[in-house]
Write a protein that binds this ligand. Structure first.
Ligand code: ADP
Length: 473
Protein backbone atom coordinates (compact mmCIF):
# COMPACT_ATOMS: atom_id res chain seq x y z
CA UNK A 1 0.00 0.00 0.00
CA UNK A 2 1.31 3.43 -0.93
CA UNK A 3 2.59 5.58 1.93
CA UNK A 4 0.23 8.33 0.76
CA UNK A 5 -2.82 6.12 1.17
CA UNK A 6 -1.54 4.74 4.47
CA UNK A 7 -0.99 8.22 5.87
CA UNK A 8 -4.41 9.40 4.67
CA UNK A 9 -6.09 6.35 6.25
CA UNK A 10 -4.26 6.83 9.55
CA UNK A 11 -4.98 10.52 9.62
CA UNK A 12 -8.68 10.23 8.83
CA UNK A 13 -9.01 7.15 11.10
CA UNK A 14 -7.54 8.89 14.15
CA UNK A 15 -9.41 12.14 13.50
CA UNK A 16 -12.69 10.26 13.01
CA UNK A 17 -12.12 8.38 16.26
CA UNK A 18 -11.53 11.64 18.13
CA UNK A 19 -14.64 13.06 16.46
CA UNK A 20 -16.66 10.00 17.48
CA UNK A 21 -15.51 10.32 21.11
CA UNK A 22 -16.35 14.02 21.06
CA UNK A 23 -19.83 13.41 19.65
CA UNK A 24 -20.46 10.61 22.13
CA UNK A 25 -19.35 12.90 24.97
CA UNK A 26 -21.64 15.65 23.69
CA UNK A 27 -24.58 13.26 23.51
CA UNK A 28 -24.00 11.81 26.99
CA UNK A 29 -23.41 15.29 28.44
CA UNK A 30 -26.64 16.59 26.92
CA UNK A 31 -28.52 13.55 28.19
CA UNK A 32 -27.20 14.10 31.69
CA UNK A 33 -28.14 17.81 31.60
CA UNK A 34 -31.67 17.12 30.36
CA UNK A 35 -32.39 14.51 33.04
CA UNK A 36 -30.81 16.71 35.73
CA UNK A 37 -33.22 19.51 34.71
CA UNK A 38 -36.10 17.03 34.92
CA UNK A 39 -34.98 15.89 38.39
CA UNK A 40 -34.80 19.50 39.48
CA UNK A 41 -38.39 20.09 38.41
CA UNK A 42 -39.56 16.99 40.35
CA UNK A 43 -37.60 18.02 43.44
CA UNK A 44 -39.09 21.49 43.24
CA UNK A 45 -42.65 20.14 43.34
CA UNK A 46 -41.85 17.87 46.30
CA UNK A 47 -40.22 20.74 48.15
CA UNK A 48 -43.20 23.06 47.66
CA UNK A 49 -45.52 20.36 49.00
CA UNK A 50 -43.21 19.78 51.96
CA UNK A 51 -43.10 23.48 52.76
CA UNK A 52 -46.92 23.72 52.76
CA UNK A 53 -47.18 21.37 55.77
CA UNK A 54 -49.27 22.76 58.59
CA UNK A 55 -48.17 21.22 61.94
CA UNK A 56 -51.41 22.14 63.66
CA UNK A 57 -53.81 20.42 61.25
CA UNK A 58 -51.22 17.84 60.19
CA UNK A 59 -52.04 18.30 56.52
CA UNK A 60 -50.28 19.72 53.48
CA UNK A 61 -52.05 23.01 52.86
CA UNK A 62 -50.73 23.22 49.35
CA UNK A 63 -52.68 20.13 48.48
CA UNK A 64 -55.79 20.95 50.47
CA UNK A 65 -56.68 24.53 49.45
CA UNK A 66 -57.47 23.90 45.89
CA UNK A 67 -56.88 20.25 45.16
CA UNK A 68 -58.68 20.37 41.79
CA UNK A 69 -56.65 23.27 40.53
CA UNK A 70 -53.58 21.79 42.02
CA UNK A 71 -54.15 18.50 40.38
CA UNK A 72 -54.90 20.37 37.14
CA UNK A 73 -51.63 22.17 37.56
CA UNK A 74 -49.94 18.95 38.30
CA UNK A 75 -51.72 17.27 35.42
CA UNK A 76 -48.58 16.21 33.68
CA UNK A 77 -47.08 14.82 36.93
CA UNK A 78 -47.72 11.48 38.50
CA UNK A 79 -47.90 12.47 42.19
CA UNK A 80 -48.91 10.46 45.26
CA UNK A 81 -48.57 11.93 48.74
CA UNK A 82 -48.97 9.75 51.81
CA UNK A 83 -49.25 10.46 55.49
CA UNK A 84 -47.00 8.94 58.15
CA UNK A 85 -49.04 5.74 58.19
CA UNK A 86 -48.36 5.37 54.45
CA UNK A 87 -52.03 6.05 53.63
CA UNK A 88 -52.32 8.02 50.37
CA UNK A 89 -53.77 11.48 51.01
CA UNK A 90 -53.40 12.87 47.50
CA UNK A 91 -53.39 11.51 43.93
CA UNK A 92 -52.70 13.77 40.97
CA UNK A 93 -54.93 13.34 37.90
CA UNK A 94 -52.43 11.04 36.23
CA UNK A 95 -51.93 9.05 39.44
CA UNK A 96 -55.69 8.43 39.56
CA UNK A 97 -55.53 6.78 36.15
CA UNK A 98 -52.38 4.74 36.21
CA UNK A 99 -50.38 2.91 38.84
CA UNK A 100 -46.63 3.18 38.78
CA UNK A 101 -44.57 0.81 40.79
CA UNK A 102 -42.31 3.38 42.44
CA UNK A 103 -40.51 2.13 45.55
CA UNK A 104 -41.02 4.24 48.70
CA UNK A 105 -37.88 5.78 50.11
CA UNK A 106 -38.09 4.56 53.69
CA UNK A 107 -34.73 5.34 55.20
CA UNK A 108 -34.67 9.04 54.59
CA UNK A 109 -32.91 8.85 51.26
CA UNK A 110 -34.05 10.44 48.06
CA UNK A 111 -34.51 7.71 45.49
CA UNK A 112 -34.63 8.61 41.82
CA UNK A 113 -35.16 5.99 39.16
CA UNK A 114 -36.77 5.14 35.84
CA UNK A 115 -40.02 3.19 35.83
CA UNK A 116 -41.61 1.76 32.73
CA UNK A 117 -45.21 1.04 31.79
CA UNK A 118 -46.75 -0.63 28.76
CA UNK A 119 -48.60 2.00 26.61
CA UNK A 120 -51.90 0.11 26.80
CA UNK A 121 -51.91 0.63 30.56
CA UNK A 122 -52.07 4.40 30.09
CA UNK A 123 -55.61 4.94 28.76
CA UNK A 124 -56.08 8.63 29.36
CA UNK A 125 -52.57 9.76 28.68
CA UNK A 126 -52.48 11.52 25.36
CA UNK A 127 -50.09 9.25 23.65
CA UNK A 128 -48.88 10.39 20.32
CA UNK A 129 -48.52 7.85 17.51
CA UNK A 130 -44.88 7.34 18.20
CA UNK A 131 -45.42 6.39 21.85
CA UNK A 132 -48.13 3.88 20.93
CA UNK A 133 -45.64 1.90 18.94
CA UNK A 134 -43.10 1.79 21.72
CA UNK A 135 -42.73 -1.34 23.84
CA UNK A 136 -43.08 0.77 26.99
CA UNK A 137 -43.38 4.36 28.15
CA UNK A 138 -40.68 5.53 30.54
CA UNK A 139 -41.09 7.79 33.55
CA UNK A 140 -38.46 9.53 35.60
CA UNK A 141 -39.44 9.18 39.26
CA UNK A 142 -38.34 10.66 42.58
CA UNK A 143 -39.50 9.42 45.92
CA UNK A 144 -38.60 10.76 49.34
CA UNK A 145 -39.91 11.29 52.85
CA UNK A 146 -41.37 14.69 53.78
CA UNK A 147 -40.17 16.51 56.88
CA UNK A 148 -41.34 19.31 59.04
CA UNK A 149 -38.52 20.55 61.28
CA UNK A 150 -36.74 17.23 61.13
CA UNK A 151 -39.90 15.34 61.92
CA UNK A 152 -41.12 12.88 59.36
CA UNK A 153 -44.59 13.94 58.19
CA UNK A 154 -45.24 11.85 55.12
CA UNK A 155 -44.07 10.51 51.75
CA UNK A 156 -44.11 11.95 48.28
CA UNK A 157 -43.71 9.96 45.11
CA UNK A 158 -43.54 11.91 41.89
CA UNK A 159 -42.88 10.97 38.26
CA UNK A 160 -42.89 12.53 34.78
CA UNK A 161 -42.99 10.81 31.41
CA UNK A 162 -39.67 11.28 29.69
CA UNK A 163 -41.02 11.01 26.14
CA UNK A 164 -40.18 14.67 25.37
CA UNK A 165 -36.65 14.34 26.65
CA UNK A 166 -36.25 11.07 24.77
CA UNK A 167 -37.55 12.77 21.64
CA UNK A 168 -35.07 15.60 21.98
CA UNK A 169 -32.29 13.11 22.61
CA UNK A 170 -33.29 11.11 19.57
CA UNK A 171 -33.17 14.25 17.43
CA UNK A 172 -29.85 15.21 18.91
CA UNK A 173 -28.50 11.73 18.21
CA UNK A 174 -29.62 11.88 14.57
CA UNK A 175 -28.16 15.35 14.17
CA UNK A 176 -24.82 14.32 15.66
CA UNK A 177 -24.70 11.07 13.66
CA UNK A 178 -25.43 12.74 10.31
CA UNK A 179 -23.15 15.69 11.11
CA UNK A 180 -20.44 13.28 12.28
CA UNK A 181 -20.67 11.23 9.09
CA UNK A 182 -20.44 14.33 6.90
CA UNK A 183 -17.47 15.66 8.87
CA UNK A 184 -15.77 12.20 8.77
CA UNK A 185 -16.22 12.07 4.98
CA UNK A 186 -14.79 15.59 4.65
CA UNK A 187 -11.85 14.60 6.87
CA UNK A 188 -11.24 11.54 4.66
CA UNK A 189 -11.20 13.56 1.43
CA UNK A 190 -9.24 16.38 3.09
CA UNK A 191 -6.58 14.09 4.50
CA UNK A 192 -6.15 12.41 1.11
CA UNK A 193 -5.44 15.76 -0.53
CA UNK A 194 -3.38 16.91 2.43
CA UNK A 195 -1.07 13.89 2.31
CA UNK A 196 -0.84 14.22 -1.46
CA UNK A 197 0.22 17.80 -1.00
CA UNK A 198 2.64 16.91 1.79
CA UNK A 199 4.23 14.10 -0.22
CA UNK A 200 4.53 15.96 -3.50
CA UNK A 201 8.16 16.96 -2.73
CA UNK A 202 8.92 13.25 -2.27
CA UNK A 203 7.51 12.50 -5.73
CA UNK A 204 9.65 15.28 -7.06
CA UNK A 205 12.73 13.79 -5.39
CA UNK A 206 11.97 10.32 -6.83
CA UNK A 207 11.51 11.73 -10.35
CA UNK A 208 14.70 13.71 -10.15
CA UNK A 209 16.69 10.86 -8.59
CA UNK A 210 15.55 8.58 -11.44
CA UNK A 211 16.76 11.08 -13.99
CA UNK A 212 20.07 11.38 -12.22
CA UNK A 213 20.68 7.67 -12.05
CA UNK A 214 19.53 6.98 -15.59
CA UNK A 215 21.25 9.71 -17.41
CA UNK A 216 23.14 12.73 -16.25
CA UNK A 217 25.17 12.12 -13.16
CA UNK A 218 25.89 15.83 -12.90
CA UNK A 219 22.23 16.67 -12.24
CA UNK A 220 21.22 17.53 -8.68
CA UNK A 221 17.87 17.61 -6.93
CA UNK A 222 16.64 21.07 -6.04
CA UNK A 223 16.49 21.61 -2.25
CA UNK A 224 13.29 23.40 -1.32
CA UNK A 225 13.74 23.73 2.41
CA UNK A 226 17.14 22.72 3.80
CA UNK A 227 15.79 22.78 7.38
CA UNK A 228 13.10 20.09 7.05
CA UNK A 229 13.55 16.31 6.81
CA UNK A 230 12.95 16.21 3.06
CA UNK A 231 15.53 18.92 2.53
CA UNK A 232 18.04 16.89 4.54
CA UNK A 233 17.20 13.74 2.59
CA UNK A 234 17.74 15.65 -0.64
CA UNK A 235 21.09 16.88 0.62
CA UNK A 236 22.14 13.30 1.47
CA UNK A 237 21.05 12.13 -2.00
CA UNK A 238 22.87 14.99 -3.71
CA UNK A 239 25.94 14.14 -1.69
CA UNK A 240 25.64 10.52 -2.80
CA UNK A 241 25.33 11.56 -6.45
CA UNK A 242 28.39 13.75 -6.03
CA UNK A 243 30.41 10.80 -4.75
CA UNK A 244 29.01 8.53 -7.47
CA UNK A 245 29.92 11.05 -10.13
CA UNK A 246 33.45 11.23 -8.74
CA UNK A 247 33.74 7.43 -8.62
CA UNK A 248 32.44 7.12 -12.20
CA UNK A 249 34.77 9.85 -13.31
CA UNK A 250 37.76 8.11 -11.74
CA UNK A 251 36.75 4.82 -13.30
CA UNK A 252 36.27 6.42 -16.71
CA UNK A 253 39.56 8.20 -16.46
CA UNK A 254 41.29 4.97 -15.45
CA UNK A 255 39.77 3.15 -18.42
CA UNK A 256 40.67 5.94 -20.82
CA UNK A 257 44.24 6.10 -19.49
CA UNK A 258 44.64 2.33 -19.58
CA UNK A 259 43.23 2.17 -23.12
CA UNK A 260 45.50 4.93 -24.25
CA UNK A 261 48.55 3.29 -22.67
CA UNK A 262 47.65 0.00 -24.37
CA UNK A 263 46.85 1.43 -27.78
CA UNK A 264 50.26 2.99 -28.42
CA UNK A 265 52.41 -0.13 -27.81
CA UNK A 266 49.86 -2.21 -29.71
CA UNK A 267 50.07 -0.01 -32.81
CA UNK A 268 53.88 -0.04 -32.55
CA UNK A 269 53.78 -3.83 -32.29
CA UNK A 270 51.43 -4.06 -35.23
CA UNK A 271 53.47 -1.86 -37.56
CA UNK A 272 56.56 -3.77 -36.46
CA UNK A 273 55.04 -7.13 -37.43
CA UNK A 274 53.60 -5.71 -40.62
CA UNK A 275 57.04 -4.60 -41.73
CA UNK A 276 58.37 -8.08 -40.90
CA UNK A 277 55.89 -9.67 -43.34
CA UNK A 278 57.52 -7.83 -46.21
CA UNK A 279 60.98 -8.80 -44.99
CA UNK A 280 62.33 -11.50 -47.37
CA UNK A 281 64.74 -12.69 -44.65
CA UNK A 282 61.84 -13.88 -42.46
CA UNK A 283 61.06 -17.56 -43.09
CA UNK A 284 57.59 -18.42 -44.47
CA UNK A 285 56.58 -20.50 -41.44
CA UNK A 286 57.28 -17.56 -39.16
CA UNK A 287 55.30 -15.23 -41.41
CA UNK A 288 52.18 -17.33 -40.90
CA UNK A 289 52.55 -16.91 -37.15
CA UNK A 290 53.10 -13.19 -37.64
CA UNK A 291 49.83 -12.92 -39.60
CA UNK A 292 48.03 -14.68 -36.71
CA UNK A 293 49.61 -12.28 -34.24
CA UNK A 294 48.56 -9.29 -36.32
CA UNK A 295 44.98 -10.63 -36.29
CA UNK A 296 45.10 -10.95 -32.51
CA UNK A 297 46.53 -7.46 -32.18
CA UNK A 298 43.73 -6.10 -34.41
CA UNK A 299 41.14 -7.85 -32.27
CA UNK A 300 42.71 -6.46 -29.10
CA UNK A 301 42.70 -2.95 -30.58
CA UNK A 302 39.03 -3.34 -31.49
CA UNK A 303 38.22 -4.50 -27.98
CA UNK A 304 40.03 -1.53 -26.48
CA UNK A 305 38.20 0.83 -28.81
CA UNK A 306 34.86 -0.71 -27.85
CA UNK A 307 35.65 -0.43 -24.16
CA UNK A 308 36.66 3.15 -24.60
CA UNK A 309 33.51 3.88 -26.54
CA UNK A 310 31.32 2.27 -23.86
CA UNK A 311 33.00 4.16 -21.05
CA UNK A 312 32.66 7.45 -22.91
CA UNK A 313 29.08 6.82 -23.89
CA UNK A 314 28.09 5.63 -20.38
CA UNK A 315 26.39 8.91 -19.77
CA UNK A 316 23.63 8.94 -22.33
CA UNK A 317 23.77 11.82 -24.83
CA UNK A 318 27.27 12.74 -23.75
CA UNK A 319 29.48 13.44 -26.75
CA UNK A 320 26.55 12.90 -29.11
CA UNK A 321 26.20 15.33 -31.94
CA UNK A 322 22.57 15.34 -32.92
CA UNK A 323 21.42 16.52 -36.34
CA UNK A 324 18.41 16.01 -38.57
CA UNK A 325 19.21 13.18 -40.96
CA UNK A 326 17.68 10.80 -43.47
CA UNK A 327 17.92 7.32 -41.96
CA UNK A 328 17.38 5.48 -45.28
CA UNK A 329 20.45 7.06 -46.84
CA UNK A 330 22.55 6.19 -43.80
CA UNK A 331 21.47 2.55 -43.85
CA UNK A 332 22.19 2.35 -47.56
CA UNK A 333 25.67 3.73 -46.88
CA UNK A 334 26.33 1.04 -44.25
CA UNK A 335 25.01 -1.68 -46.57
CA UNK A 336 27.30 -0.48 -49.38
CA UNK A 337 30.33 -0.50 -47.04
CA UNK A 338 29.59 -4.04 -45.85
CA UNK A 339 28.86 -5.44 -49.32
CA UNK A 340 32.53 -6.28 -49.79
CA UNK A 341 32.42 -8.53 -46.74
CA UNK A 342 29.26 -10.31 -47.80
CA UNK A 343 30.47 -10.80 -51.34
CA UNK A 344 33.62 -12.41 -49.97
CA UNK A 345 31.35 -14.93 -48.23
CA UNK A 346 29.09 -15.26 -51.30
CA UNK A 347 26.19 -13.95 -49.23
CA UNK A 348 23.24 -12.08 -50.71
CA UNK A 349 22.76 -8.66 -49.11
CA UNK A 350 19.42 -7.23 -50.15
CA UNK A 351 17.78 -3.92 -49.26
CA UNK A 352 14.14 -4.98 -49.61
CA UNK A 353 12.30 -1.85 -48.56
CA UNK A 354 13.51 1.64 -47.77
CA UNK A 355 11.03 4.44 -47.14
CA UNK A 356 12.11 8.03 -46.45
CA UNK A 357 12.45 8.54 -42.68
CA UNK A 358 13.75 11.75 -41.17
CA UNK A 359 15.06 11.47 -37.66
CA UNK A 360 17.18 13.40 -35.22
CA UNK A 361 20.37 11.54 -34.43
CA UNK A 362 24.12 11.33 -34.31
CA UNK A 363 25.22 10.21 -37.77
CA UNK A 364 28.45 8.43 -36.79
CA UNK A 365 26.86 6.63 -33.80
CA UNK A 366 23.91 5.46 -35.89
CA UNK A 367 26.34 4.33 -38.58
CA UNK A 368 28.07 2.27 -35.90
CA UNK A 369 24.77 0.83 -34.68
CA UNK A 370 23.68 -0.40 -38.12
CA UNK A 371 27.21 -1.43 -39.04
CA UNK A 372 27.35 -3.68 -35.94
CA UNK A 373 23.98 -5.27 -36.75
CA UNK A 374 24.68 -5.92 -40.46
CA UNK A 375 28.26 -6.95 -39.69
CA UNK A 376 26.97 -9.47 -37.11
CA UNK A 377 24.51 -10.85 -39.67
CA UNK A 378 27.36 -11.24 -42.17
CA UNK A 379 29.69 -12.70 -39.51
CA UNK A 380 27.33 -15.33 -38.13
CA UNK A 381 25.50 -16.30 -41.33
CA UNK A 382 27.35 -19.05 -43.17
CA UNK A 383 28.67 -18.69 -46.72
CA UNK A 384 25.95 -18.39 -49.34
CA UNK A 385 23.43 -17.13 -46.78
CA UNK A 386 21.02 -14.22 -47.15
CA UNK A 387 20.68 -10.88 -45.38
CA UNK A 388 17.65 -8.62 -45.83
CA UNK A 389 17.53 -5.00 -44.76
CA UNK A 390 14.37 -2.91 -44.54
CA UNK A 391 13.21 0.45 -43.25
CA UNK A 392 9.54 1.32 -42.89
CA UNK A 393 7.30 3.55 -40.80
CA UNK A 394 5.21 2.22 -37.94
CA UNK A 395 3.26 4.20 -35.30
CA UNK A 396 5.10 7.43 -36.05
CA UNK A 397 8.46 5.73 -35.70
CA UNK A 398 11.09 4.53 -38.10
CA UNK A 399 11.45 0.75 -37.93
CA UNK A 400 14.68 -0.71 -39.32
CA UNK A 401 15.17 -4.47 -39.60
CA UNK A 402 18.23 -6.61 -40.27
CA UNK A 403 17.14 -10.15 -41.04
CA UNK A 404 19.33 -13.14 -41.85
CA UNK A 405 18.90 -16.85 -42.46
CA UNK A 406 21.91 -17.71 -40.29
CA UNK A 407 22.16 -20.11 -37.32
CA UNK A 408 19.73 -18.17 -35.08
CA UNK A 409 20.09 -17.64 -31.33
CA UNK A 410 18.80 -20.10 -28.70
CA UNK A 411 15.81 -18.76 -26.71
CA UNK A 412 17.76 -19.06 -23.43
CA UNK A 413 20.43 -16.66 -24.73
CA UNK A 414 18.08 -14.07 -26.19
CA UNK A 415 17.49 -12.09 -22.96
CA UNK A 416 21.25 -11.72 -22.45
CA UNK A 417 22.74 -10.93 -25.83
CA UNK A 418 22.58 -7.15 -25.29
CA UNK A 419 24.67 -7.48 -22.13
CA UNK A 420 28.34 -6.66 -22.22
CA UNK A 421 30.73 -9.50 -23.01
CA UNK A 422 27.86 -11.92 -23.57
CA UNK A 423 28.51 -14.29 -26.40
CA UNK A 424 26.26 -17.18 -27.36
CA UNK A 425 28.85 -19.60 -28.53
CA UNK A 426 32.22 -18.58 -27.17
CA UNK A 427 34.22 -20.57 -29.71
CA UNK A 428 32.21 -19.39 -32.69
CA UNK A 429 32.34 -15.79 -31.45
CA UNK A 430 36.05 -15.94 -30.84
CA UNK A 431 36.64 -17.30 -34.33
CA UNK A 432 34.61 -14.45 -35.77
CA UNK A 433 36.66 -11.98 -33.76
CA UNK A 434 33.77 -10.99 -31.48
CA UNK A 435 34.18 -9.65 -27.99
CA UNK A 436 30.54 -9.55 -26.91
CA UNK A 437 30.45 -5.76 -26.76
CA UNK A 438 28.89 -4.99 -30.17
CA UNK A 439 25.22 -5.36 -29.20
CA UNK A 440 25.76 -3.61 -25.85
CA UNK A 441 27.05 -0.63 -27.83
CA UNK A 442 24.06 -0.88 -30.20
CA UNK A 443 21.63 -0.75 -27.30
CA UNK A 444 23.40 2.22 -25.73
CA UNK A 445 23.23 4.14 -29.02
CA UNK A 446 19.57 3.22 -29.60
CA UNK A 447 18.59 4.32 -26.09
CA UNK A 448 20.47 7.59 -26.46
CA UNK A 449 18.15 8.25 -29.41
CA UNK A 450 15.04 7.32 -27.36
CA UNK A 451 14.94 4.19 -29.47
CA UNK A 452 14.25 0.53 -28.82
CA UNK A 453 16.35 -2.35 -30.04
CA UNK A 454 15.33 -5.99 -29.86
CA UNK A 455 15.68 -9.35 -31.54
CA UNK A 456 13.54 -12.26 -32.64
CA UNK A 457 15.31 -15.44 -33.53
CA UNK A 458 14.82 -19.12 -34.13
CA UNK A 459 17.64 -21.65 -34.08
CA UNK A 460 18.28 -23.01 -37.57
CA UNK A 461 16.09 -20.41 -39.29
CA UNK A 462 17.74 -17.05 -38.65
CA UNK A 463 17.46 -13.82 -36.69
CA UNK A 464 15.76 -10.45 -37.03
CA UNK A 465 17.27 -7.48 -35.20
CA UNK A 466 15.01 -4.45 -35.21
CA UNK A 467 15.53 -0.86 -34.16
CA UNK A 468 12.69 1.59 -33.71
CA UNK A 469 13.52 5.32 -33.61
CA UNK A 470 11.23 8.33 -33.16
CA UNK A 471 10.59 10.30 -36.33
CA UNK A 472 11.44 13.97 -36.47
CA UNK A 473 8.16 15.86 -36.83
P1 ADP B 1 30.19 -10.17 -30.77
O1 ADP B 1 31.27 -9.15 -30.75
O2 ADP B 1 30.58 -11.46 -30.13
O3 ADP B 1 29.56 -10.32 -32.11
P2 ADP B 1 27.74 -8.95 -30.04
O4 ADP B 1 27.37 -8.23 -28.82
O5 ADP B 1 27.71 -8.24 -31.34
O6 ADP B 1 29.12 -9.59 -29.77
O7 ADP B 1 26.79 -10.21 -30.14
C1 ADP B 1 26.55 -11.02 -29.03
C2 ADP B 1 26.27 -12.42 -29.41
O8 ADP B 1 25.04 -12.49 -30.12
C3 ADP B 1 27.28 -12.98 -30.39
O9 ADP B 1 28.28 -13.66 -29.67
C4 ADP B 1 26.49 -13.94 -31.24
O10 ADP B 1 26.55 -15.23 -30.70
C5 ADP B 1 25.08 -13.47 -31.14
N1 ADP B 1 24.63 -12.84 -32.39
C6 ADP B 1 24.63 -11.53 -32.70
N2 ADP B 1 24.12 -11.32 -33.93
C7 ADP B 1 23.80 -12.52 -34.42
C8 ADP B 1 23.21 -12.99 -35.65
N3 ADP B 1 22.87 -12.15 -36.62
N4 ADP B 1 23.02 -14.32 -35.78
C9 ADP B 1 23.35 -15.17 -34.80
N5 ADP B 1 23.89 -14.81 -33.63
C10 ADP B 1 24.12 -13.51 -33.43
Amino acid sequence: MKIRLRLALWYSGVTSLILLLFLLGTYLGMRHLLFAALDKELDFVIESIEQSYDPETGIFEGLKHNPVNLSQHLKKFYLVVRDTSETPVFYSLLAQQIALDIPLARNGERVSSFVHLAPEKIPSLRLNGKLKHKAYVSFRSVSRQLYYREKRVGWATIALPVADVEDSLEHLFLLLAVGGLIVAALIGVGSFFLTRQALSPVRNIIRKARQVSHSHLDERIEIQNPADELGQLTMVLNDLFERLQKAFGTQKQFLADAAHELKTPLSILRSHWESEIDNPAVPHALKEKIVQDIENITRLSRLINSLLFLSQTEQINSNFEFEILELGGLIQEVAADIRMLTEAKSQQLQVVELVPATIRGDRSRLYQLFFNLIDNAAKYTPEGGKIWISLRLENNRALAEVRDNGPGIPAADLPHIFQRFYRVNKDRARKSGGSGLGLAICRLIAEAHSGIIDVESEVGKGSVFWVSLPLQV
